[in-house]
Design a binder for this molecule. Structure first.
Ligand SMILES: [Zn+2]
Length: 416
């Protein structure tokens, strides 16, 4: 940040990993953009990488490294854009703040407290986050919100140890069956509906503009099947996007019990573990869903332990805001192709701290390729897309210059 020419660059301590902050605030009467990113990464399993994950390597037109896409490579594009203004001309067309956090991959447990106690420091007209992936066509992509998240661990316990399934195991309880039965009770297999009480309350349907955006998102089924290595999808086209952005979901992320290696092990396991992620949509509240899930598990079997691991509120910004339209125009100009505007990201980011606590519109504008393979081996960003990202950040700052009147006083939310 210092090399890019930002000022007041410092670490802001938290009870976890520190935040990093920098600013350039000399554009009087101009809008302020807060660029948000994260410097932490997922672990890298060295054995599965074709080059060392922490030594950036360029091959096939891509930069391979852990964090090249998620997220260091993407926020570096903003810093390069800032530098490319400040180096030759010494000023930016707008005011800029940069906030980087170090715990995004852990569900951002401390960002809410940071934003709550630094509203003035972080105040802006727009929060701009480059994270995640472009639409698979590589067309510029703008995302106006995120789903919320509730992540839980469940543990069922049986006897004090594993027992022979033919002898004592014939009558000791099997905790794996208990979790399977619990899972069955949570979902209606015919309608695919989740049976947790109030699971669908608070769901805000798409506005007419959001519905038309859903219809415009390209959906190339054959190409998707090929890239995903499957032959059929549960939903396609507009319906698939509706499900991904406007419906809550309950997913089994992990289920483990007993031995799973090769060979024949005939035991009744003494414990079973389940990991669930629940994605929530506007205007649902993770605290309420947690309470409902906890109650459902308790009613089913009070001996099953259920632990809340992480929670994040959903968030969104109205796509019809003038500032959103400005950004769409800027991206179209720099890439010479029509941006794909997604009303929501199916995934979760701590976007609500900006829209709900700061009351500022917030956009996610990914710069990395669809097949970046973040979190997996050989994470990468296409070199030309990295440079296109730098140009996009330059164009965004330039397009916002002189536009304070147009964008001032707009709430991220639609009128009640
Ligand atoms: Zn990530």
């Amino acid at each position: 940040m210092k090399e890019a020419g930002l000022e007041n660059v410092r670490m802001i301590p938290s009870s976890g990993h520190p935040f990093v902050y920098g600013e350039w605030l000399h554009a009087k009467g101009e809008p302020t953009v807060l660029f948000y990113g994260h410097y932490d990464v997922q672990p890298a399993d060295l054995l599965n990488w074709d080059s060392p994950p922490f030594t950036p390597t360029i091959r096939n037109g891509r930069i391979y490294a852990r964090g090249s896409a998620d997220n260091k490579g993407q926020f570096l594009a903003h810093l390069c854009a800032i530098k490319s203004y400040l180096d030759p001309i010494g000023r930016l067309p707008i005011n800029v703040k940069v906030l980087l956090e170090g715990e995004e991959e852990n569900g951002s447990p401390h960002i809410e407290a940071l934003v709550e106690s630094n509203k003035e420091l972080l105040g802006a007209n727009l929060v701009y986050t480059s994270d995640g992936a472009l639409h698979d066509s590589d067309r510029p992509t703008i995302i106006c919100g995120v789903r919320g998240l509730l992540y839980v661990d469940l543990i069922a316990r049986g006897a004090n140890q594993d027992y022979h399934s033919g002898n004592l195991g014939s009558f000791v309880p099997n905790p794996a069956w208990r979790l399977v039965e619990l899972l069955n009770s949570l979902r209606d297999p015919k309608s695919d509906r989740i049976r947790i009480a109030h699971f669908y309350s608070g769901v805000r349907p798409p506005s007419p503009l959001e519905r038309s955006l859903l219809a415009q998102i390209p959906f190339e089924q054959e190409r998707l099947n090929r890239e995903l290595g499957i032959t059929s999808l549960e939903e396609t086209g507009e319906k698939a996007f509706h499900r991904m952005m406007f419906e809550p979901s309950l997913n089994i992320c992990g289920f483990h019990s007993g031995p799973s290696g090769p060979g024949m092990v005939t035991t009744v396991p003494n414990s079973a573990y389940l990991k669930l992620d629940i994605r929530l949509v506007a205007d649902q509240d993770p605290d309420r869903i947690w309470e409902m899930l906890r109650r459902a598990v308790e009613e089913f079997d009070p001996t099953i332990d259920v632990k809340r691991v992480a929670a994040m509120k959903p968030s969104y910004t109205r796509p019809d805001l003038p500032i959103v339209q400005l950004i769409i125009g800027a991206l179209e100009e720099v890439t010479e192709s029509k941006p794909v505007v997604l009303p929501r990201l199916g995934g979760s980011l701590p976007d609500y701290v900006f829209t709900k606590i700061l009351g500022v519109p917030s956009l996610i504008v990914p710069y990395a390729n669809f097949d970046q393979n973040n979190h997996g081996p050989n994470e990468n960003i296409k070199t030309d897309l990295f440079f296109r990202g730098v140009r996009a950040s330059i164009q965004v700052m330039s397009a916002l210059g002189g536009k304070l009147d147009l964008i001032n006083n707009t709430s991220p939310f639609p009128p009640a």
